[in-house]
Design a protein around this ligand. Structure first.
Ligand SMILES: Nc1ncnc2c1ncn2[C@@H]1O[C@H](COP(=O)(O)OP(=O)(O)OP(=O)(O)O)[C@@H](O)[C@H]1O
Ligand SMILES: [Mg+2]
Length: 510
């Protein structure tokens, strides 16, 4: 009889089983663990057959794709399949050249980027850095030229090497030359388009416009006075100086007397009024008497006098003599004739032109898009904190008027030369970097590597590209568009190569 039969028969069912018996004596036999039934997790991905799911519109293929399987480590895989990334930026705007990481074309469209939420950029300004001769100006010119296809006009606010003249003539525009003995004068204290229709403004509107105009002039005068030196120090420009200059400018333009027709003034006229102030001006500025006024403003007057008789003389000391055609595709102001006067004189000229240009763009009509080029801007940035502030104010406007500000310098620390380490000037200069969300980094020497890291926060890979790859060819640059980096080679058309050729002197010597 088998044990199962015995159990079924019930003879032994009444008795104790072995385990029960042992349990009664305090010994528990280990029990068989109950196996939990495995539950399936919801599927994240559905497996499709090699021919695809057989449903309408599902991409089913009658024949299986000839797929071969490979097994390798993640170190080895990129050698066989370099996992090419897509360009990431939309193909709009100026086609600049090749994106070396994807092998595709690289397009620059600063305003388009600002409007596109997928591109981490909130302003259209561009800072371009690079060692001399690496192709900064050529890339700038190519960008400007190609943006004209999209309705942009070009404004070169100071061309210290006259290198934009070729581009101007290409468009059939004659550039303005500024230099001693030439008839061109630019008045940095010009009203610009804000003067139009001033007599029809109500009091509040006139006050609003006056705040803009006087604010711009004050920033300029502060930058100019602050560029002068007493020994190693720059001339300070404090709140008292600001009150005096503002009151003098209001007197000269007629704004103090509430005139509806304002008169344009010049820097020499400002200096003369400060030198021979009216009783009204002395009283407005709350000085006890004329002597008190003259003693207190001596430094300001002497700094202005130095400028009027020096760097500004014959250039920025009278009413504007040129009639700029703002509808032309390009306008440029050539400054090469100032070169013998030194970098400081060119820096002062750039300060005047930048402020004037800002005034001219103050009431740009919507849709009047412009690329405003500030080549060699490091010369202005070296003029001390006030000049940096002036540059900063000029650049800040871009979000309001729709201009693309394009500033060119040598290296990020150009901005630091405005002052001593840790000074306010340096803090302002560092802030200035944030005014441009797009930075083009052409080749730099290894010595600049650390500042690329400290000031621009470049990681080791990006830094090595700038000090290595970009140094091995002209027009190579790392484009930082917000936080994203693109390794770009600017490609020039033969015509552009001619227009951007700046090695005439070297070619002639060879
Ligand atoms: N992408 C390019 N392809 C071919 N040639 C180029 C390219 N970029 C620049 N060049 C040539 O290299 C030379 C120097 O370029 P460029 O004047 O733009 O340098 P730069 O960086 O502005 O120098 P600097 O700091 O002295 O102003 C020019 O003759 C220009 O034609
Ligand atoms: Mg250049």
């Amino acid at each position: 009889m088998s044990p199962s039969q015995r159990t079924r028969g019930g003879r032994r069912a009444a008795g104790r089983t072995v385990s029960r018996l042992l349990a009664d004596f305090g010994h528990d036999l280990p029990s068989v663990p109950t196996v939990q039934e495995a539950t399936k997790e919801a599927r994240l991905f559905r497996h499709a057959s090699r021919r695809g799911p057989r449903r309408p519109g599902s991409g089913w293929a009658p024949a299986a794709a000839p797929v071969s399987s490979w097994r390798m480590t993640s170190d080895q895989a990129p050698v066989l399949w370099p996992f090419i990334s897509t360009p990431g930026l939309p193909p709009t705007g100026a086609q600049m050249g090749i994106d070396m990481l994807s092998g595709g074309a690289f397009y620059a469209d600063p305003h388009g980027w600002v409007l596109d939420d997928d591109v981490p950029v909130t302003n259209p300004n561009i800072f371009s850095f690079g060692k001399p001769g690496r192709g900064k100006s050529a890339t700038t010119k190519a960008f400007c030229l190609r943006m004209t296809d999209f309705g942009y006009r070009i404004l070169v606010l100071g061309d210290p090497k006259d290198e934009y003249e070729g581009l101007c003539r290409f468009f059939g525009v004659e550039p303005f030359a500024i230099g001693h003995g030439l008839p061109t004068r630019i008045n940095p204290l010009a009203f610009g388009p804000l003067l139009q229709g001033w007599d029809q403004l109500d009091a509040a509107q006139a006050q609003g416009r006056a705040a803009v105009v006087f604010g711009r002039w004050l920033t300029l005068v502060r930058g100019l006075v602050g560029s002068q030196r007493i020994g190693e120090q720059r001339v300070p420009f404090g709140p008292t100086d600001e009150v005096v200059v503002k009151a003098a400018l209001q007197t000269l333009t007629g704004y103090t007397h509430g005139q509806s027709h304002l008169t344009e003034t010049t820097i020499p006229q400002l200096w003369q009024l400060l030198d021979k102030p009216t009783a009204d001006l002395v009283a407005t500025c709350r000085y006890a008497d004329l002597r008190h006024f003259l003693d207190d403003t001596r430094l300001l007057r002497d700094a202005l006098g130095q400028l009027v008789n020096g760097a500004l003389a014959g250039l920025f000391d009278d009413h504007t003599t040129i009639d700029v055609d703002w509808s032309a595709p390009i306008q440029s102001l050539s400054l090469s004739r100032l070169e013998p006067l030194g970098d400081e004189a060119i820096g002062i000229a750039l300060t005047c032109l930048n402020s004037w240009g800002r005034g001219m763009r103050e009431r740009a009509v919507p849709g009047d898009l412009r690329v405003v080029v500030r080549d060699e801007s490091w010369k202005q940035l070296r003029l001390g904190p006030e000049a940096v502030k002036s540059f900063d104010a000029d650049l800040r406007l871009s979000r309001r008027d729709g201009d693309v500000q394009f500033a060119v310098a040598h290296k990020p620390s150009d901005l630091l030369s405005a002052g001593d380490t840790g000074s306010q000037a340096v803090a302002i200069a560092k802030d200035l970097l944030h005014l441009a969300d797009v930075k083009i980094l052409h080749g730099q020497d290894l010595g600049v590597a650390r500042e690329l890291e400290n000031m621009l926060g470049l990681g080791p890979m990006a830094r090595d590209l700038v000090t290595g790859w970009a140094m091995q060819g002209k027009g190579r640059a790392l484009w930082c568009v917000g936080e994203q980096h693109y390794q770009v080679q600017t490609v020039l058309h033969p015509v552009e190569r001619e227009l951007t050729f700046t090695n005439q002197a070297i070619a002639g010597a060879a």
